[in-house]
Design a protein around this ligand. Sequence first.
Ligand SMILES: [Zn+2]
Length: 414
Amino acid sequence: MVAVCLFQACFVFKEKAPLTKNSVNIEEFEEIEELPGLDDYGYVKNESVVKEAKVKRNESLYIILRSLDVTPEDIYTIQQKAIGKFNPRRINQNQKYYTYHDAETGTPTRMIFHQTATDYVIFDWSNGIEVETGSKEIETEIATAYGTIESSLYETLVGQGVNMLVANGLSEIFGWEIDFFRLYKGDKFKVIYEKRFVDGKPYGIGQIIAAEFEHRGQIYDAYFYESEEAYGYYDNLGNSVQKALLKAPFKYSQRISSNFSYNRFHPVLKRRMPHYGVDYAAPMGTPVISVGDGEIITSRYNGAAGNMVKIRHNSTYSTAYLHLNGYASGIKEGRRVKQGQVIGYVGKTGRVTGVHLHYNVYKNDRPVNPVKLVLPPSKGISEAELETYKVSIESKKSELEKLGKEESLAEVLN
Ligand SMILES: [Zn+2]
């Protein structure tokens, strides 16, 4: 078995300017001294004893506050002041909260309730009644990872303790050009991304800043870039790395007769059920086109769906076209289709009341609303902005180049 060579390093960029708007310059960050004696929520540490507690079964805000000796009158005031800041119905069993107790008397003075890992509400009755919301800072650190694919990208990354979200991010960025279901042994990747922390604990990943993928000997690169006119990932020449899907599976616009809904009255079954697609009231025989390049994974009669075609565009997106009257020639499972290629014709096969096309978009195998789907832009960086763009990616490009260099040096020395 060939050894997996993957190293990941976590380092701080030496440049003065942050790489992206959201990233934190760690050097500056470290210069900010921690205020002496204050806790994570800004309270003087030795004034209170802080206890951690968990919501018990059937406990409400009222019950918790009563257990902290708050009077029913004060609870009423707290509830009034909490309107718009805290939804008492969102208290769940086992949810964590903190109670503050006067260090000398032990009297409860306030409670901090976390609504998410970062957002919290402070109920304070120590000196009058106050309800305040707050948010913990998400700290960001620039991290890098690189390696050679042995089996799958997930296994390679996760095996090295890199967040799985990095693999997701890479497949979303390069998924238009590289089929992540068919990576080759020996494919290589390099990535610069943001690691996030809340209270020093890992909190997902931020932006993937730059990445390179070598697939079957061909190198693809991508840099995140944001300006007034551009947003997304572009290669070193300024071409968009992502290609959009077409808005609808028709050459000419067609009327939508039924929208995506989680709870729709089904006209045939006469009961409420989700409708995970969009229905187009197109005339019988209207050509249906593929919204993107891809591979046909289904092309057959499928019960209630009737004649259906399902196309996988990349490892993130696939689409399905239902109730077709028939298929266009060459539309067979395993064949590839081009964006805009006719795949079939509108019909009324399967469980339907009339002629229409039912169209689905799946993102990571989950149906999403095709109408509301925000697709990555396909436009490249404009001529006018190209120079600015190229300058902006220079440092990232050289960081990517450096990745893995020490490893090959070590190999030479050994
Ligand atoms: Zn439908």
